[in-house]
Each structure stands twice: as structure tokens, then as C-alpha cells.
Design a protein around this ligand. Structure first.
Ligand code: UDP
Length: 139
């Protein structure tokens, strides 16, 4: 399997609760190399654009409010089969459905405030990485 990349955000709830270190530890221990990383905060426009695919969903306004209320950690991760393996590591969107040992099972409280984002395809990983990072910020 070729090495590839995925994009993640440790969402505002995870940062507020002081879980940055524990989540990064788990990501590293699971074999992902950090290619890029920063603490940043999304504007309303950023969040509306990032989650544009959900703009007609009933939870969209709350999602934008949540994602902009405080800093996030944005990162690009590299590993064989990165997109799929990272989705497995974070677990189901709803932490109540997430498998034991997954990041959402361990650190998330609800389907809306679910601690972490992971790209769902190689194409979206590329788009989302470019949304947050310039080429010179990737190592
Ligand atoms: N979300 C929500 N309510 C829902 C479904 C999703 O608030 O019923 C939020 C949640 O933060 C989720 C994000 O919208 O992570 C994007 O949803 P998606 O279905 O893409 O889930 P993901 O790919 O993050 O698992």
C-alpha cells in the first residue's frame, strides 16, 4: 500500500477539555507521521465553506457555531492507507456508536461535539489540507 495523507482537526471541544496531548499521543502511537500542524481558529466563513456539503442539513448552523467557538488543532497525517485507517482510529460520527478504543469513544460526548475530524476520501484530504496549509507548511 502506498503512503498517503489525510487531514484532521482536533475540534474546539477536544481543545477546551485539554485533550490535545492525549489525542496526538494516540495518533502517533497508531503509526501516523505529522506532516503539518497548527493551532488555529476558523471564521464563520471558513466553517461554512469547509462544511458546505452539509449546508442544507438541520444541524448546519450549530455545526458552524461549534467549529468557530474556539481554537482547533489542524494537522496533516501520513501513513499507508491513511484516510481509511484514520477513520477507523477516530470511530463512528456518533461516539455512542464508536468502537471501544477509538478517539471518539474515548474523548467525544455527542454526535455534534465529537472531538475530531478525519477526511473521508483522498480527494477531500487534499482539498481540506490545502484549505488550512500552504505548501511551505507541509514537511
Ligand atoms: N454532525 C452533527 N449532527 C449530525 C451529523 C453530523 O452535528 O447528525 C456534525 C459532526 O460534528 C460531524 C460533522 O457534522 O463530525 C460532519 O458530519 P459527517 O456526517 O461528515 O461526519 P464525519 O465525517 O465527521 O464522521
Amino acid at each position: 500500500m502506498a503512503k498517503n495523507r489525510t487531514f484532521t482537526m482536533l475540534k474546539p471541544d477536544a481543545v477546551e477539555k485539554g485533550h490535545i496531548g492525549a489525542i496526538l499521543e494516540k495518533i502517533s502511537a497508531s503509526g501516523f507521521r505529522i506532516v503539518a500542524m497548527k493551532l488555529t481558529q476558523m471564521t464563520t466563513k471558513d466553517a461554512q465553506n469547509f462544511y458546505a456539503v452539509h449546508s442544507e442539513r438541520p444541524f448546519f448552523a450549530d455545526l458552524v457555531e461549534y467549529m468557530t467557538r474556539g481554537p482547533i488543532v489542524a494537522a496533516i497525517l501520513e501513513k499507508d492507507n491513511a484516510v481509511e485507517d484514520f477513520r477507523t482510529l477516530i470511530g463512528a460520527t456518533n461516539p455512542a456508536d464508536a468502537a471501544e478504543g477509538t478517539i471518539r469513544k474515548m474523548f467525544a460526548d455527542s454526535i455534534s461535539e465529537n472531538a475530531v475530524h478525519g477526511s473521508d476520501s483522498d480527494e477531500n484530504a487534499f482539498i481540506e489540507s490545502a484549505f488550512h496549509f500552504s505548501g511551505r507548511e507541509m514537511f
